[in-house]
Design a protein around this ligand. Structure first.
Ligand SMILES: Nc1nc2c(ncn2[C@@H]2O[C@H](COP(=O)(O)OP(=O)(O)OP(=O)(O)O)[C@@H](O)[C@H]2O)c(=O)[nH]1
Ligand SMILES: [Mg+2]
Length: 243
């Protein structure tokens, strides 16, 4: 059992999954990886199971298959619960689509010694985005500004999904009470972490748009994010009390 685990949710990532696993394990950081697959129609989970069966990564790769697609948030919560049943000290969130470069992981680990949540950030000095259209950039940056302003939180990249939590954070922010399923999930996790008084640091990353596979950002997910930010603000007192 290693000290850290990387949770990677997958839905139709068959073209990316082998590459991302290789890119992480070649760094030899000693982390486990948990893939949380929502029964992908392209059978991403079968490919993962084959790699596990071949013991390519020496028992460091794990797979959690869920019955159906219920959104990123539900997949992460199921993955986090799996991790908390084991004795990992920190838990990392990462996408499967190669947007998040594993080369930043050592910086996360260095910083998690002093902080409770590390956010890989596109919007601090030294961070950025490659290959996004101006519209996509506007939506992301605008979304972060919107959430930051309404919730009154000092985070520049509120929607990013490349992060590292100390296990104590996940144990105390009320995983069962999380209301967000899509992109709003990242915002809600940050908000809950801040309201519980944990320390957060943003570390610069350059985010690359996916080359293979399809984006899951939909109008529904976008509208959920806009509405949930307001809901979260209105429920501040309740979230604050959560144990
Ligand atoms: N298990 C599971 N994984 C999901 C689900 N939705 C998205 N993912 C995965 O979560 C990661 C991030 O997904 P998103 O950022 O929502 O969508 P994306 O397809 O990366 O979108 P873009 O980054 O805009 O291209 C990817 O690895 C997806 O495969 C879901 O409902 N269930
Ligand atoms: Mg993505």
């Amino acid at each position: 059992m290693s000290r850290g685990v990387i949770v990677i949710p997958t839905y139709n990532e068959i073209e990316n999954i082998e590459i991302i696993l290789e890119k992480v394990f070649v760094l030899d950081l000693g982390f486990d990886i948990l893939i949380v697959d929502d029964n992908s129609p392209d059978k991403t989970y079968e490919k993962v199971q084959k790699i596990i069966d071949a013991n390519t990564y020496d028992g460091q790769l794990h797979l959690l298959i869920r019955a159906k697609k219920e959104g990123l948030g539900k997949a992460y919560v199921a993955g986090f619960k799996w991790c908390l049943k084991r004795d990992y000290l920190f838990i990392i969130e990462m996408d499967a689509d190669l947007s998040h470069d594993p080369k930043y992981l050592p910086a996360f680990i260095e910083n998690i010694k002093e902080y409770d949540l590390i956010i890989g950030s596109r919007y601090v000095k030294g961070g950025g985005v490659i290959n996004w259209s101006p519209l996509r950039k506007f939506i992301s940056y605008g979304g972060s500004t919107y959430a930051r302003t309404i919730l009154g939180i000092p985070i520049k990249d509120v929607t990013g999904g490349f992060k590292c939590f100390r296990r104590e954070v996940l144990e105390s922010i009320g995983l069962d009470d999380i209301i967000s399923t899509g992109y709003a999930f990242q915002i809600e996790m940050n908000y809950r972490t801040i309201l519980k008084g944990f320390k957060i640091k943003e570390v610069p990353i350059t985010f690359k748009d996916r080359i293979a596979g399809k984006s899951k950002l939909s109008k529904k997910i976008f509208i959920e994010a806009l509405l949930n930010v307001v809901m979260l603000r209105l429920n501040k007192k309740q979230i604050f009390k959560v144990d």
